[in-house]
Design a protein around this ligand. Sequence first.
Ligand code: GCU
Length: 681
Amino acid sequence: MSASASEPVPVPELPGGVDPAWLPPAVFRPLGSRRTLISGTGPLVDTVHGEVAYACARFGGRVARGVRAPGVSYDVVLEVGEGGDRDALGDEGFALVRAGGVTRVTAGGQAGLLYGLFHLVRLGEAAFRGERARETHRPALALRMLDHWDNVAVHPVMGQVERGYAGGSLFWRDGLARSTPEELARVRWYGRLLAACGVNAVAVNNVNVHEAEARLLTDRVGEVAAIADALRPYGIRTHLSVSFAAPMGLGGLPTADPLHEAVTDWWAETTGRVYAAIPDFGGYVVKADSEGQPGPFAYGRSHADGANLLAGALAPYGGTVHWRAFVYDHRQDWRDRSTDRARAAYDHFAPLDGEFAPNAVLQVKHGPLDFQVREPLSPVIGAMPGTRLAVEIQATQEYTGQQRHACWLGPMWSEALRFRPEGEGRPSVGELARGGGLVAVSNAGDDPFWTGHPLAQANLYTVGRLAWRPDADPRAVLREWIELSFVPEETAGPERLRGGLHAVLDGSWRTYEKYTAPLGVGFMVQPGHHYGPSVDGYEYSPWGTYHFADRDGVGVDRSRATGTGFAGQYAKPWAEVYESPGTCPDELLLFFHHVPYGHVLHSGETVIQHIYDTHFEGVAEAEEARRVWAGLVGLVDPARHARVAERYEEQVRGAREWRDHINTYFFRKSGVPDARGRRIH
Ligand code: GCU
């Protein structure tokens, strides 16, 4: 916390060798070369003061705090407004205007000043030229969160970070919280990067709660408090994943029954102690009755009973419980054709609409399965108007190339957020998530580039910006990221650099989709680690993820008429659109229907020819991206360039492997030759 009001909080030092991501010092030149007056009090204003002082120290400007010095004029005024501004802008909003040579940011509250500052940084020189009519900015979603699936101790199978592809955890190392000054500076830098794209909450431990993670709630809460201290100067609240069975494992009670008084008391007391250590603690994240985690089902109670138990403990302090809807039978028999994993979340949760406490948020994965490269929207999202919903997306690229492949997910997330579950004229997903927010599984770790693949930083940045504005054009977000990270100053050849970055990233999600599982059918990954192709890897497994390919056709019949009935979980018009192969969009055809290989798509191609074509195209696009990237040498920082170039070698190798597995598999199953006569192995 800040030493005292009106003292600038110094910008943390970036540990040696770590990439500055989208905050290279040069982005502060326009602001740092001017005279800025800051007014307002409070710790986040102190952070803003520190940021401006840092910029001025580098670029020759000046900063004053509080009252205007007589005879001095300022180019920039950063102020926390009062009364009317506060009401109109909210704590996190701000207004920007430029008149009479002065650029003025008036924030509704301290946090708004921080976001206003980073808005000026994004605008660069444009913020200080000409006149600018008053514009207001406030986040569409109040909660903009990253969930870290970080294990406190190295897990024998999952390692330090579950589904982490960026080295170790930023918060934990070998069973302990990171605590050296350098490590904590790195955590603060992480907070700084997150604030600069609009994130305001972080859950610091894995949703799969092992023993060490469980104890963060009790005797080890001090370690969480230290992380919270490091993130707080950037407006980020800390949240914790907890085990539903904590009253037994930690409290020694014989039960964790949510309706048992001793259990309620235990959570109330424990939560009180958490708030004593972390007064602005955000709340709990819970994975219950999911993939082996304990939950209320053991006591014959509902998920609303479970969530409300924790909501009750958090309510006196303003905390929130994020209760995950990722509940399904992971011990399914593949011979049982009546069970459909895609149905599970809706079947469990939709009937509970209206039963959740006001401070309970149901956190729903954007698709009904599990972060595949293409899924329809989860039908839960349109079915619970009486529940606060958060949409969960996955920045860590578990199923989308594991940060060895470049795959910018902005367009996929944007499609989900702009989707209207009840059709045109009705609310979008982004609007439906207002009560709960947007949550992304983080892709960051202690890797020098933060995200392993330097281009995966774009995914992290996009999470924050889409959470701020779910209806934003994702390409405009990518452009911002490129400008900040790669072209902070007018350098030689910026157009070629911009063009090259857009060329390799804009369509990278679709490229990845082309060379992996076709037409929305999903999975086909190697079991366990989920990298690389294995068409039948999960086909006879208990996990409920099947494609049902045989000699005649492929896909899952999820229609009401002849299939699992999943299509009927949607409202109109989607229930009807998805019900028939004639109206179902091509890209989701095999998610909803089992069709013959000769079925003709809306595109005019047969399914089998589409599979062959897209797999050849996907590889060609990956090879082209590798070529474009190679041509950017000399325009990009050498270490970044080399790391990406190395990853492209693996991407091209991996894409070819996918192409040959998928094409060969379907050629052998169907016996249909490629109409274009290419070699299928
Ligand atoms: C996926 C992932 C798991 C993770 C789970 C979850 O199944 O493979 O590692 O725990 O999602 O979201 O809880």
